[in-house]
Ligand binder design. Structure first.
Ligand SMILES: [Zn+2]
Length: 296
C-alpha cells in the first residue's frame, strides 16, 4: 500500500485537514471552525481532525500553524489570533497519535507547497510573498525549506516610513505598503470611503488608468522588498500569493519585476521571474503534508 500523510492547516477561523499523497495531491479534506475559547479546545479540535481522516496508510502528520515555532524542539513560542501559548507541540502531538509529527509556521509550509506542487516546481531558490491582510513570507533555498524567520513583511522598504500594522512597532515595513489593507487605503484616497482593494482590482481589470497606476505603485514597493531579498539569497523565482496578491497580480507583477531588476544586484536578479501562486487556500494543508513526508 502507498504511504500517505495527514496535513493540517490551522488558521485563525478554520482548520483545514486532508489526506496528502507524496506528489502533493489531496485526496479528501475537511474544514471545521477554529475554537477561540481555550488552548485545550484547539488541541481537541486538531485531534479530532486527524482521527477522522486517519487510516492504515497514514504514516505521519504535519501541521502549519499561525505561530512562532522553535524548530530545534518543535515548541510553540506564541501565536497570532489563536489561543496557543508556549507549548511542546510536536512532542504532545506525536504522543497523541504515536506517529512522526512535523510542524512549521503557515507561511513556511505554504512556500514549501508552492515549490513542490505549485508555481515553484523546478525552481532552485524561490521566495514567496503572501499578500492578504498581512504580508507573509517563506523561502526555499537551494531546494530546501528555509526554517528561519523569513518575515518578509517586516523588512524596511522606506526609512522612517508609515507605522507598521498590529503588534509591530517598526516603521516603513513592506507590510504597510503592499497588503490588501494598504490597497484599500489607496483605493479610498482615490475613489472615496466606500472603495476597497476588491474594487481597486476590479477597476484596474476594467481599464481604469488610476487604479492600474495605484496597483503599479504597490508593485514597485513590493519590488523593492524583492530586490533586497534577492540580493541576500539570490532567487530564480518569486511567487506572489494571498487573496490580494493573486487577485491583483496582473497589475502588481510588471512594476514589481521592473523595480526588483533595477534594485537587486545584477547577478542576483539576472534570471528572476515573478509568478502567481497556484494552490490558493489549499497551500497550507498541502505544505503541512509535504513536511510530514520529510519527517518519516
Ligand atoms: Zn512590521
Amino acid at each position: 500500500m502507498n504511504e500517505r500523510v495527514i496535513g493540517v492547516d490551522l488558521g485563525g477561523t478554520k482548520i483545514l485537514a486532508g489526506l496528502v499523497e507524496p506528489d502533493g495531491t489531496v485526496e479528501r479534506h475537511r474544514e471545521t471552525p477554529t475554537p477561540v475559547t481555550s488552548e485545550a479546545d484547539v488541541l481537541a479540535a486538531l485531534d479530532e481532525a486527524v482521527r477522522t481522516l486517519r487510516d492504515d496508510r497514514v504514516v505521519a502528520v504535519g501541521f502549519g500553524l499561525p505561530s512562532q515555532i522553535d524548530q530545534r524542539t518543535g515548541t510553540i513560542r506564541g501565536s497570532v489570533n489563536i489561543p496557543l501559548g508556549t507549548l511542546d507541540f510536536r512532542g504532545q502531538m506525536s504522543d497523541r497519535f504515536e506517529l512522526p509529527v512535523a510542524v512549521d509556521n503557515d507561511a513556511n509550509v505554504a512556500a514549501l507547497a508552492e515549490h513542490r506542487a505549485g508555481a515553484g516546481r523546478g525552481s532552485e531558490t524561490m521566495l514567496m510573498f503572501t499578500l492578504g491582510t498581512g504580508c507573509g513570507g517563506g523561502a526555499v533555498i537551494d531546494g530546501a525549506l528555509y526554517r528561519g524567520w523569513a518575515e518578509f513583511g517586516h523588512i524596511v522598504v522606506e526609512f522612517d516610513g508609515l507605522p507598521c500594522q498590529g503588534f509591530c512597532h517598526g516603521r516603513g515595513h513592506l507590510e504597510v505598503y503592499v497588503t490588501g489593507l494598504a490597497a484599500t487605503r489607496v483605493a479610498q484616497e482615490l475613489f472615496g470611503p466606500a472603495a476597497d482593494s476588491h474594487r481597486l482590482v476590479r477597476l484596474a481589470n476594467e481599464g481604469d488608468a488610476e487604479a492600474r497606476e495605484a496597483l503599479a505603485g504597490i508593485g514597485h514597493k513590493l519590488g523593492a522588498g524583492i530586490a533586497s531579498m534577492c540580493t541576500v539569497f539570490g532567487a530564480d523565482l518569486v511567487v506572489v500569493g494571498g487573496g490580494f496578491g493573486v487577485a491583483g497580480f496582473d497589475w502588481i507583477e510588471p512594476a514589481a519585476l521592473e523595480t526588483a531588476k533595477r534594485d537587486a544586484l545584477d547577478a542576483a536578479g539576472e534570471n528572476l521571474r515573478i509568478a502567481r501562486a497556484e494552490l490558493g487556500t489549499m497551500a497550507g494543508l498541502i505544505g503541512a503534508g509535504l513536511l510530514a513526508f520529510d519527517a518519516v
